[in-house]
Design a protein around this ligand. Structure first.
Ligand code: ZN
Length: 71
């Protein structure tokens, strides 16, 4: 999942709002969490990260529960 255009997101069926600025538009990308202590080992968990379009705060989710909201 990768989105360049800021848009609204949902988590578990609820609209996501930024915990810092209260904004409701985000861009998303998939990131790798270094959970094994070794980068590029193939043993790390992947996560969805959505970046607030307003303040840049990154919200991370490991469950894949964040989805673009239906307009
Ligand atoms: Zn924000």
């Amino acid at each position: 999942m990768s989105t360049r255009t800021p848009g609204r997101m949902e988590v578990a069926g609820r609209p996501l709002t930024c915990v810092v600025c209260g904004g409701d538009t985000f861009t998303s990308r998939t990131v790798t969490l270094i959970t094994s202590g070794v980068a590029n080992s193939g043993l790390n968990k992947r996560a969805d990260a959505v970046t607030c379009a307003g303040c840049g705060y990154i919200h991370q989710f490991v469950t894949g529960s964040v989805t673009p909201a239906a307009e």
